[in-house]
Design a protein around this ligand. Structure first.
Ligand code: NAD
Length: 365
């Protein structure tokens, strides 16, 4: 097994958390005898400072020549006053578009050992395990015409059957490997785009008789997410609704640092933790790397078709949490063992080796 992986550490805590994700991937490669080739490139404020562009040509070319891209985060307060097109975040948007991924997958899992880190009651979130599938290249964020004058502004929400079908299939395929349930979220009582969304999703569902489909309005979904998150398995929704709901779903996990994401559907998958560059804690060794490490697991699953190795990493994360190790953002009391970003990386590497050893031993019996 050989994979060429472009690593874009980016800004702030991006380099700290991606370093740990890469170390975990290297551990998997050594254990399994895989060849993962890593090539690091600049993006965001780091790239603006050195090469004058948030997405230098060299970075984009390297991404396009790889099997998968692992990104940290972009953004720096130094760039806050730059025009939108020159800011670090513009580099990320350009990259997402160039890679062509139209489905953004965001798992929101409440690990039992840290369920009390959520601002929601533990009995509400404990056991919640949701996969949000968000359409990423259509809807209001890309619809034309759009415009802004002194006196008014407008955007266009537009969807085609093809755009809806392809992302719906990603959601149904994912549901087949989970609890076989898709909740499609729209605003079909008001929006024509949502009416098309609902009809199209219902038609795609006919190809997946094993999967139960229900439709929920976006406002009701926002309420259910915080009152009864366990009612969901896969949530399928369009770009704007998905942007908002996936951040809301973050509260069930306990910390932004826990959340991973994958953008798939294009030729090259993009994997990144959900959090930003967190300039307030950058360089202090206290960033939570679990989201970045879990993103690396998603990379193995979706770009490497290495389901077992992805699960090994996910199980290793659980083992480290169960052993009581915590970065500061998920620490609660004295029984927790406070660990640095690097220490957590090391612990996950060791746990991955342990999990893989146990698996090999089991198969040898
Ligand atoms: P943020 O996600 O960087 O931070 C929000 C809060 O969560 C901060 O208090 C931070 O310390 C904490 N936090 C985030 N990740 C953490 C981690 N792994 N471990 C521990 N604590 C963590 O969001 P923000 O402060 O709104 O944005 C900072 C910069 O990041 C901005 O420039 C923004 O544009 C950018 N941003 C980038 C991305 C991305 O690259 N995908 C996403 C969101 C924001």
């Amino acid at each position: 097994m050989k994979m060429r992986i472009t690593v874009l550490p980016g800004d702030g805590i991006g380099p700290e958390v991606t370093a740990e994700a890469v170390r975990v991937l290297q551990t998997v490669a050594v254990i399994q005898g895989f060849r993962f080739e890593f090539e690091e490139h600049l993006i965001g404020a780091a790239a603006i400072k050195t090469l004058g562009s948030p997405l230098p040509r060299k970075t984009l070319d390297a991404c396009l020549a790889s099997n998968a891209v692992l990104l940290g985060a972009v953004g720096s307060p130094e760039c806050d006053n730059l025009p939108a097109q020159q800011r670090p975040e513009a580099g990320l948007l350009l990259l997402r578009r160039a890679l062509g991924g139209y489905a953004n997958l965001r798992p929101a899992i409440s690990y039992p050992t840290i369920s009390d880190c959520s601002p929601l009651r533990s009995d509400i979130v404990k056991g919640a395990d949701i996969l949000i599938v968000r359409e990423l290249l259509g809807g209001l964020y890309f619809g034309e015409p759009r415009g802004l004058t002194d006196r008014n502004a407008f955007n266009t929400m537009r969807y085609s059957v093809e755009e809806i079908e392809r992302v719906a299939r990603v959601a149904f395929e994912a549901a087949l490997k989970r609890q076989q349930k898709v909740t499609s979220v729209d605003k079909a009582n008001v929006l024509e785009t949502s009416q098309l969304w609902r009809q199209t999703v219902a038609r795609v569902a006919l190809d997946y008789p094993a999967v139960a489909l229900d439709h929920v309005y976006v406002d009701a979904c926002a309420m259910h997410l915080v009152t009864n998150p366990k009612r969901f398995d896969v949530i399928l929704t369009e770009n704007l609704f998905g942007d908002i709901l996936s951040d809301e779903a973050a509260v069930i996990t306990g910390s932004l640092g826990m959340l991973a994401s994958a953008t798939v559907g294009g030729e090259i998958g993009l994997y990144e933790p959900v959090h930003g560059s967190a300039p307030d804690i950058a360089g202090r060794g206290i960033a939570n790397p679990f989201g970045a490490i879990a993103s690396a697991a998603m990379m193995l699953r979706h770009s490497g078709q290495l389901e077992q190795e992805a699960r090994d990493i996910e199980q290793a994360i659980q083992l480290v949490l169960e052993a009581g190790y915590r970065t500061r953002d998920i620490a609660r009391d004295e029984s927790d063992q406070l660990a640095t970003t690097t220490e957590i990386g090391q612990l996950v590497m060791e746990a991955v080796a342990e999990v893989a050893d146990l698996r090999h031993a089991y198969h040898a019996v």
